[in-house]
Design a protein around this ligand. Structure first.
Ligand code: ATP
Ligand code: MG
Length: 247
């Protein structure tokens, strides 16, 4: 389980997260929606330690992540980063390595897997995301959607308990978006726990178990998609959805 309790994050005087609490259970898909600047990326980055936070508690399974830098935080982070993978809007693949090398890199160097084991796993995962035939290509020769599917395979290669997705399709055109969404939908169906920030409303509607509306650093509303989309309880949700429908 991932459990966030009253997370507060400030940049100087600006309180970007103002006491955010949420839990994500095993096998659960959690979607974060909300207007730009609401704190969605900051929240994801806080969970896997790319940002510190000022107060509150983050728990991933039996590991608690302290808010501020120090040896305790470093120890927890090393464990959390292996348990929680992240997929970014801009893919962040190594440009000078092949697709296969991108996927085997961390299992070989971080998990110390034997090369042949890492390669076999990487090929299976590339097959799963429909990218095996490009295993020897460089990322630069692939479409954005193909690169993102490789990035997802790379994340899966660490066998994460949860994957954080930060707008994985917002740099993509509609066709390649559909390919990536289809891979994410398959992962969800296989019980992969994930937290997804996205503008892909149909994904939120059909795949999410819980949807949270993050607005100005607080959760304005949480609930299953049926509630959020068919019977929203707050004005913030209603106005976010009507603006999203126009966009
Ligand atoms: N490194 C930083 N230094 C100062 N302020 C920051 C920093 N990163 C984010 N912020 C501020 O924190 C707030 C939340 O930003 P964040 O990127 O988390 O929003 P978001 O919900 O992901 O928005 P978007 O939908 O545009 O991606 C914004 O007001 C932003 O300007
Ligand atoms: Mg963002």
């Amino acid at each position: 389980m991932i459990e966030l309790t009253k997370i507060v994050k400030r940049y100087q005087e600006h309180e970007v997260l103002r006491g955010v609490s949420l839990t994500v259970d095993d096998g659960e898909v959690c979607v974060l929606l909300g207007p730009s600047g609401g704190g969605k990326s900051t929240l994801l980055r806080t969970i896997n330690g790319l940002e510190t936070f000022d107060s509150g508690k983050i728990r991933v399974g039996d590991v608690t992540l302290p808010a501020t830098p120090g040896p305790e935080r470093d120890k927890s982070l090393a464990i959390i980063r292996q348990r929680v993978g992240m997929v970014f809007q801009q893919f962040n693949l190594f440009p000078h390595r092949t697709v296969l090398q991108n996927v085997t890199e961390a299992p070989i160097h971080v998990l110390k897997q034997p090369r042949d084991v890492a390669v076999a796993t990487a090929r299976r995962l590339l097959e799963r995301v429909g990218m095996l035939e490009k295993q020897d290509a460089r990322p630069g020769s692939l479409s954005g959607g193909q690169q993102q599917r490789v990035a997802i395979a790379r994340t899966l290669a660490m066998s994460p308990e949860a994957i954080l997705f930060d707008e994985p399709t917002s740099a993509l055109d509609p066709r390649t978006t559909a390919e990536v969404i289809s891979v994410m939908t398959d992962l969800a169906a296989a019980g992969q726990r994930m937290i997804v920030v996205t503008h892909a409303m149909s994904f939120a509607r059909t795949v999410a178990h819980q949807v949270h509306i993050l607005h100005a650093g607080t959760i304005a509303e949480s609930g299953p998609p049926l509630q959020i989309f068919e019977a929203p309880q707050t004005d913030i949700t209603r106005s976010f959805l009507s603006e999203a429908a126009i966009a």
